[in-house]
Design a protein around this ligand. Structure first.
Ligand code: FAD
Length: 484
């Protein structure tokens, strides 16, 4: 891609305007007129995977919705492109600039605005870190209806902008259902004041839905109101092993039938993913020996004794029926965390060798793991996978939120390599189109998948999206080069 020549270059005058507006020195990082090193800019220019890198020279950290409004209006009037940024943990290259777009970072907008402890409705600024919001809610006996491995860094505004799915979607549903209201700013400075706190509100088009999963392409989310469920008193976790993917599907079927109302997560991990985690951490598997597949089951309910008994009975049953080959139940909080970390640690451990090609896919359950086998076969046929440095590919692994038919196909590499890319793309996308899956289950399109949207959406749908983009952002300054 080429830099869009319609966008202005940032000048000293622009910087002076922003400096004046934001007042505080700490509210901007100025590489235009100030002395700033590449290291200062790195956290904003480089993405979590070290795969995408922008060349932004100015980072703005507004402290209020009013400031965001003034910034965006000024940028729109002066044709300055911007990238909204939260915790910068996104996995599709959406959160970093492509060229010199200004980064609009939400880290200073980090206040909880209100919480109603009867209805469970939380209203908070976009820059509140997910884990901070969840800890705040824990003290009140509530839980944030989203949980994911990056919770210590990602912002709830970023979560909503990507419509993140995470580990408990199975139980609490998508943000399209739990987010009740949004406050956002359009590129022309208009404040979209739809911070509704009602569960039911059938009064016209539900425009907030456009911002949920909009990846910062039509406006900047500044606050959200969200329905939070009661925190369960009793959390139990089981870690099970099976000899085939078919068996894990049976486990899922049984889990739904026997644990239905308390089931809160069902996660899949293949042997390769677990071997790599153990290699990087120099640790052992929670279960003895090697098993081709593992799954993690979490239950959350209100009665500890009752839930444990149910889970124990379930475990015994799937053992007796020879659906699983081994399994363990967490006996205490430490063990529970350690079992979860076998799953949550995968993304981080896979990056250990240098890089990861990541595909976040929705696939009908029956076919879900077949893709991993097909990709491994193709990588091997091309002679790209091996133990020594001469091979770019360390391994091909599959894991993910199986309870939501969501597979993470990851190819861990020692370096990013054109030959690997040629094997993977468009093969993976064509494969997905054939089974009517989605090329992006929960991570979004960003820069990574922009060109492949046609594998999951028809021309008509893409044309409608383009219309909306043009309507809300006629100058195209919001997160350009991405999405549609
Ligand atoms: P960023 O990365 O900063 O931004 C993401 C996108 O949203 C960008 O396009 C950005 O422009 C836009 N954006 C950010 N803030 C705003 C705003 N206020 N207004 C408008 N647009 C905005 N994702 C899942 O869905 N499920 C998982 O289980 C999961 N696990 C992960 C585990 C790890 C270890 C990591 C690193 C990531 C994981 N992710 C997962 C991906 C990522 O954490 C989520 O996409 C997260 O929601 C991004 O939040 P963020 O604040 O970091 O946003």
């Amino acid at each position: 891609i080429k830099r869009d020549a319609r966008f202005a270059q940032i000048t000293a005058d622009h910087v002076a305007f922003f400096r004046d507006l934001l007042g505080k020195e700490t509210a901007l990082i100025d590489g235009v007129t100030g002395e700033v090193t590449a290291d200062d800019m790195e956290p904003y220019n480089g993405d979590w995977m070290r795969k995408y890198r922008g060349h932004c020279k100015l980072v703005l950290k507004p402290g209020s919705t009013q400031e965001v409004s003034k910034i965006l209006k000024y940028c729109n009037d002066n044709m300055l492109a911007v990238v909204p940024q939260g915790g910068n943990t996104g996995l599709v290259g959406g959160s970093v600039p492509v060229f010199d777009e200004i980064v609009l970072n939400t880290s200073r907008m980090n206040k909880i605005r209100s919480f109603d402890d009867v209805s469970g409705i939380l209203v908070a600024d976009a820059g509140v870190v997910l884990e901070v919001a969840d800890q705040y809610l824990a003290e009140k006996g509530y839980i944030f209806p989203l949980d994911l491995g990056a919770k210590g860094s990602c912002h709830i505004g970023g979560n909503v902008a990507t419509n993140a799915g995470g580990l408990r979607l199975l139980r609490y549903g998508s943000l399209h259902g739990t987010v009740l209201g949004i406050e956002a700013v359009l590129p022309d400075g208009t404040i979209v004041d739809d911070l509704c706190k009602l569960r039911k509100n059938n009064t016209g088009y539900d425009l907030k839905q456009l911002f949920i999963g909009g990846e910062g392409t039509i406006g900047m989310i500044t606050a959200v109101s969200i329905q939070c469920p009661q925190r369960s008193h009793a959390i139990n976790v089981a870690f099970l092993a099976g000899e085939s993917y078919e068996k894990i599907q049976q486990v899922f079927r049984e889990a739904k039938s026997q644990l239905g109302e308390i089931l809160s997560a069902f996660e899949l991990m293949d042997l390769k993913s677990q071997q790599l985690v153990q290699k990087v951490r120099n640790s052992n598997s929670p279960l003895e020996g090697e098993h081709p597949f593992y799954c993690l089951i979490e239950t959350s309910g209100s009665n500890s004794e009752h839930d444990s008994e149910k889970l124990e009975k379930f475990l015994e049953d799937v053992m007796n029926k020879e659906i699983i080959t081994d399994g363990v139940l967490a006996q205490d909080e430490t063990q529970l965390r350690s079992l979860w970390s076998q799953r949550e640690g995968i993304p981080e451990c896979l990056g250990h060798w240098g890089g990861v090609y990541k595909y976040d896919l929705s696939i009908p359950l029956a076919d879900l793991y077949k893709l991993v086998e097909d990709v491994r076969e193709k990588i091997d046929a091309a002679g790209l996978r091996g133990d020594s440095d001469e091979f770019p590919v360390v391994d091909v692994v599959g894991y993910g939120h199986m309870g939501d038919s969501n597979l993470h196909l990851n190819v861990a590499v020692r370096r990013y390599d054109k030959r690997v890319e040629q094997v993977l793309e468009p093969f993976v996308y064509e494969w997905i189109a054939k089974v009517s899956g989605s090329i992006s289950a929960e991570h979004g399109l960003g820069l990574a998948k922009k060109n492949y949207i046609g594998y999951s959406k028809s021309e008509t749908m893409v044309a409608l999206m383009t219309q909306i983009k043009k309507l809300y952002d006629p100058n195209g300054i919001m997160n350009p080069y991405k999405y549609v």
